[in-house]
Design a protein around this ligand. Structure first.
Ligand code: GLU
Length: 423
């Protein structure tokens, strides 16, 4: 048996710890603005429930690995905990806690009746075959079972997981319960909810177009990350008239000043597995994408992509966060000082959880709406949430991130105060 636990000295600051520090800093700023008391601050800065589990997974050759898994429910005062499950080797408890906190604010900002959660398994899914992945997923569900349930905690896809992962979770949970409980996850099958595919990307498109404040025709865009969120965001922005000039992935970046042929690029990525080498574009270093003179930069990969190191070189007028936590607080300050508007993750990528919520409502009611109805609700909620944040930011002289956190943290604090949990 081998144990796949990363060896870390306690003194080592992991990217996960940095993500949590960022989340706590953003909470602190909002708490200051709202004048929250110490008790409430501590409560909002601390997850309600955290579980670390060791998940044994039998490999195809018969040997057993053990991987670390996590599920964190940051807050459940406004409703059941909601948030994705990621499979990524860099995942740790701090990162999952930071992401769970982000989900609390995201749901509160969109005013949907959920708390925030996140799950993670420290594994690279590309190193497992499909049967190994299924065994891992089902075993993870067994380990975190007491935290789950349609009224308790509802996972959805995140980095490294997809609809198939959710379908295994649904089945494993239902088998344990003895009857079908489809509301225990969202996005369990492609197209099972109107507009589910690409909902996050659709939301990023709506946020970007709202922030652009002018006709999207010809507006130039660079997208970091050509995965689930990034690839469709690029397409939706191009559909709206923008010119997507550069995209990147782990292999590097490709650049075409006249606009990329995204269908051709997707075909190349399907064939080769990466963007680099696409013949109809120039190759750029991964970091060069951040320095392009574009109207819109969409970080759509992982946390901590824009730091104090590359922020001074960002020339985009608008940064729209498709990923969760891509900008560090230091970078945020630099971007703001340089006149770049940042549309924060909890606003820009809220389309995913909004559609999750709309799907969950339909499951729980056993009643389906039309595709058009669900899409319209999501769009209306994105547009009205964007307007609410923009209005508060303008009125109080805040950045969009500060305003979004003030609204979200204020709503969660109010839920605590209403229940007389804390004065
Ligand atoms: N993983 C997505 C996010 O970070 C969606 C979460 C959900 O729908 O539960 O927002």
């Amino acid at each position: 048996m081998s144990v796949m636990v990363p060896s870390k000295t306690p003194a080592q600051i992991t990217p996960g710890r940095q993500a949590l520090d960022t989340a706590l800093y953003q909470l602190g700023q909002a708490a200051d603005h709202l004048g929250l008391g110490d008790g409430l601050r501590t409560m909002l800065g601390t997850p309600r429930r955290s579980l670390t589990v060791s998940v044994p997974v039998r490999r195809a050759d018969g040997h057993m690995d053990v991987v670390q898994g996590y599920r964190v429910q940051h807050n459940v005062s406004r409703g059941p905990a909601k948030g994705g499950l990621r499979f990524h080797p860099g995942t740790d408890i701090h990162q999952v806690t930071a992401l769970a906190m982000g989900m609390t604010w995201k749901c509160a900002l969109a005013d949907i009746p959920y708390g925030g959660a996140k799950g993670g398994v420290a594994v690279d899914p590309a190193t497992l075959d499909i049967r190994e992945l299924e065994r891992l997923t089902r075993r993870y569900v067994n380990e975190i079972l007491p935290m789950m349930g349609p009224d308790n905690d509802i996972p959805s896809p995140d980095v490294g997981t997809d609809e198939r992962t959710m379908a295994w979770i649904l089945d494993a949970y239902s088998v344990n319960a003895g009857h079908a409980l489809p509301g225990v996850v969202t996005s369990a099958a492609p197209g099972d909810s109107p507009g589910q595919a690409g909902a996050t990307s659709r939301g990023v498109q709506i946020a970007a177009l709202s922030a652009l404040g002018r006709s999207p025709e010809g507006a130039t865009v660079a997208v970091q990350g050509f995965g689930k969120v990034g690839a469709l965001t690029a397409q939706y922005l191009a559909d709206a008239g923008c010119k997507v000039v550069a995209v990147s992935d782990l292999s590097g970046a490709v650049y075409a000043p006249g606009g990329l042929d995204l269908a051709g690029l997707r075909a190349w990525v399907a064939e080769s597995g990466h963007v680099l080498g696409y013949r109809h574009a120039d190759a750029l270093g991964h970091d060069e994408l951040f320095e392009l003179d574009v109207d819109v930069l969409v970080p759509a990969a992982l946390e901590g992509a824009i730091t104090e190191v590359n922020a001074p070189r960002v020339r985009a007028r608008l940064v729209v966060e498709g990923a969760n936590g891509p900008t560090t607080p230091e970078a945020d300050e630099i971007l703001t000082a340089n006149g770049t508007t940042v549309v924060p993750d909890i606003l820009a990528n809220a389309g995913g959880v909004i559609v999750s919520y709309l799907e969950w409502v339909q499951i729980m009611q056993a009643y389906s709406w039309s595709v058009e109805q669900a899409e319209r609700r999501m769009r209306d909620l994105m547009v009205s949430t964007y307007a609410e944040v923009g209005t508060l930011a303008a009125r109080r002289g805040l950045t969009l991130r500060q305003a979004a956190h003030v609204i979200a943290v204020g709503r969660v604090a109010e839920a605590h105060q209403t229940r007389a949990l804390l004065p």
